[in-house]
Design a protein around this ligand. Sequence first.
Ligand code: ADP
Ligand code: MG
Length: 276
Amino acid sequence: MTAALEASGVSVAIGHATLLDHVDLRIAAGEMVAIVGPNGAGKSTLLRLLSADLRTSRGLIRLGGRDISTYAPAELALRRAMLSQHVTVSFPFTVEEMVRMGRGNQALATSQVLVDAAIDEVGLNGFRHRELPTLSGGEQQRAHFARVLVQLACGEAVHGPGILLLDEPTSSLDLRHQIALVEIARRRARNGTAVVAVLHDLNLAVRFADRIVILRHGAVAAEGTPGDTITSDVIRRVFEIDVAVDRTIDGAPFLLPQTMRQITETSPKRDQGVSP
Ligand code: ADP
Ligand code: MG
């Protein structure tokens, strides 16, 4: 079956730096994929490639089976929506004005309904007339998420299930809103949207993802179900920390970071499981 989104042997080199080195990734419609990895691993670079915000040095990205570089910008805006890691807003737009920008130049009769629904879904009803710079970091992040949801909805109204790309969407959110965001993404996935999110919180990634891709030094270090990828050995190797990984009653892994690992030291393998 054609993947919703596929990266084949993609590399990115800037000057002498190799940001990504021969990465392969297939994302199916309705799938939730988390990308995790240390700072500088290439996660944002990969997401920017998947959104066609950045071009590959080598390799190919296909969206719906077609080379993503052949889509016109307006066409692309209807196929995939991306929440970038850093969004700067230089004008004091209100929340509602910002969220409305998700429509782009789509003149759908239902677009105000989509704007209202997105503002409601991220819990910003009481903030819609507030200027964005007066909001807390988390509130601003939710407003940008709502804008991206509107873009996704406008595209899906035309073409059916699309692609939602989220770069650290929970970095400023409290626990309740982190879970709320995961649930919103899951509702989209149930309707066939392919969702890819860069996340730092590995426990949240386990809750979020059908599949986890761990990047390190611009390459895929591990990939698979949360149970296969979130193991103490993988985390020790990739993040260079000692970590205890235990299992919830339903078998999902969860982890408790313990100490920085001395990289020069060959510390003995720890038992899995949480010690008191
Ligand atoms: P992260 O996994 O933290 O999202 P990024 O994908 O943003 O990492 O960046 C990967 C690496 O590439 C980092 O070490 C970053 O410093 C480097 N990098 C990003 N953009 C450039 C650039 N334009 N020129 C040189 N190096 C870059
Ligand atoms: Mg990043």
